[in-house]
Design a protein around this ligand. Structure first.
Ligand code: AHR
Length: 355
C-alpha cells in the first residue's frame, strides 16, 4: 500500500513538472511579435538585396521576445560617433533583456578576430560585428558559418561573399561622400583648393567617402584636392595632420577642408586657429557624422556643414537580430535615413540632437 502511495506521489510530481515546463515554453513562444523600434535610426530597406532567411541559431532557433545571447565586436572608442553607437547598442540589448557580450577591439582587427572566435566557442545565438577594415575576414567568417551562427554586420561592410552574413545594418558611405562634395561644390561655385582628412586606412567609410566625394568634384575642373591623408577618425589625428598640411609649402592655398568625420574636423579647427586663420571663413569645412560637437562648432561659425551618419543603430540592429534568431526573413541591407545640416540649420537643430 505504502509503495502504491509513493509511486502515485512520484507520478503526480512528474505531471506537475511537465505542466510547468510546458507553460514556460508557451510563455516564451507566445510573444512572437517583434518589439517596436524605440527611436534612433529610422531604417529604410535598401533595394540592393533580396530578403534572406537564415537558419535559426545553433542553440535552438528562437522567436522575437526570447532572451538571446548576442556576441558583439565593436571597433573601439575613436570618436563621439562610436561612443554614441556603443551606448545605443548596449541600451537596446538591456531594454529587450538580451545577454550582450560586448567586446571592444581597441581599433585592432586581430582583437576582433579573437572576439569572434570566442563567440563561436561560447555558442552565442547571433554574432554582430563592426569591422574596423574591409578585408581579411573570409577565414573567420567561414568558421562562423560552419558553426551555424548567423552574422549581422553593424555599421561597416566587409569584403566577403554575401552568404557569409545575413544582413548589414549601416549607412551608405558613398552617398555621404557625394553629399559632402555636392554641398562644397554649391557653396564655392565649383572652385576650391581642398585638403582631405581621411578616416582609418582600409575602412569602408574611408574608402567610400573618398570615392563619393571624388565622383562629385570630378565634374568641377576647378575643385582640386591638393592634400589627402588619414587622421584615423580621431580628433588628435585630425589636429596633427591638418597642422602638417598648413605648414607644408602648399598649405597657404588651402581654402576648403573635407574631413571624413566630425572629430577630425574638430581637431583640424584647432590647428587652423593656431595657424592664425579663421575656420569656417578662410577655410570652409565640411565633415560627416552630425555629432553634437559639430553642431556647436557650426553655431560658433567654425564649421560649415555636417553630413549626417546616424550611430543610433541599436533598435534596428536588435529588430534584425531577433528576426534572424527566429529564422524569419530580413533584408540583406538596412540603411538609416540621414540628412545634411549646414550653419543655416544648426541652431534650430542643436537642441534636438540625440548624440
Ligand atoms: O563607421 C562610421 C564612422 O566610424 C564614423 O563616421 C566615425 O566617426 C567612426 O569612427
Amino acid at each position: 500500500m505504502n509503495r502504491t502511495i509513493t509511486s502515485f506521489g512520484g507520478l503526480f510530481a512528474c505531471l506537475v513538472f511537465l505542466l510547468v515546463a510546458g507553460c514556460e515554453r508557451t510563455d516564451s513562444g507566445s510573444s512572437s511579435s517583434s518589439p517596436q523600434p524605440s527611436g534612433g535610426a529610422t531604417p529604410t530597406t535598401a533595394t540592393t538585396g533580396e530578403a534572406t532567411t537564415q537558419p535559426s541559431a545553433s542553440t535552438g532557433g528562437g522567436a522575437p521576445g526570447r532572451k538571446l545571447v548576442v556576441g558583439y565586436s565593436q571597433i573601439g572608442a575613436e570618436s563621439a560617433w562610436r561612443t554614441a553607437n556603443s551606448e545605443s547598442i548596449k541600451a537596446e540589448a538591456a531594454k529587450r533583456g538580451h545577454d550582450l557580450r560586448f567586446a571592444d577591439a581597441q581599433q585592432k582587427q586581430e582583437n576582433q578576430v579573437k572576439a569572434l572566435r570566442s563567440f563561436v566557442s561560447q555558442k552565442v545565438d547571433v554574432i554582430m560585428f563592426s569591422p574596423v577594415i574591409e578585408t581579411g575576414w573570409k577565414q573567420v567568417m567561414t568558421d562562423i558559418k560552419r558553426a551555424n551562427i548567423p552574422v549581422v554586420l553593424a555599421d561597416r561592410r566587409v569584403d566577403a561573399p554575401e552568404d557569409m552574413y545575413v544582413t548589414f545594418v549601416g549607412s551608405d558611405f558613398i552617398e555621404e561622400g557625394r553629399r559632402a562634395g555636392q554641398w562644397l561644390a554649391e557653396k564655392t561655385g565649383g572652385k576650391a583648393v581642398i585638403a582631405e582628412l581621411q578616416g582609418t586606412v582600409g575602412s569602408a567609410p574611408a574608402n567610400d567617402r573618398k570615392k563619393g566625394f571624388a565622383e562629385v568634384i570630378a565634374k568641377y575642373p576647378e575643385m582640386k584636392i591638393i592634400k589627402s591623408q588619414s587622421g584615423d577618425f580621431t580628433r588628435a589625428g585630425g589636429k596633427e595632420v591638418m597642422q602638417a598640411f598648413l605648414k607644408s609649402p602648399e598649405g597657404s592655398q588651402i581654402n576648403a577642408l573635407y574631413a571624413h568625420n566630425d572629430d577630425m574636423a574638430l581637431g583640424a579647427i584647432q590647428s587652423i586657429k593656431e595657424a592664425g586663420k579663421q575656420p569656417g571663413k578662410d577655410i570652409l569645412i565640411v565633415s560627416i557624422d552630425g555629432v553634437r560637437g559639430a553642431f556647436e562648432a557650426m553655431v560658433a561659425g567654425e564649421l560649415n556643414c555636417t553630413v549626417e551618419c546616424n550611430p543610433l543603430l541599436g533598435p534596428t540592429l536588435f529588430d534584425a537580430v531577433e528576426k534572424v534568431a527566429a529564422g524569419q526573413p530580413v533584408p540583406k541591407r538596412i540603411t538609416p535615413e540621414e540628412g545634411v545640416f549646414d550653419q543655416s540649420k544648426a541652431a534650430a537643430a542643436l537642441p534636438t540632437r540625440k548624440y
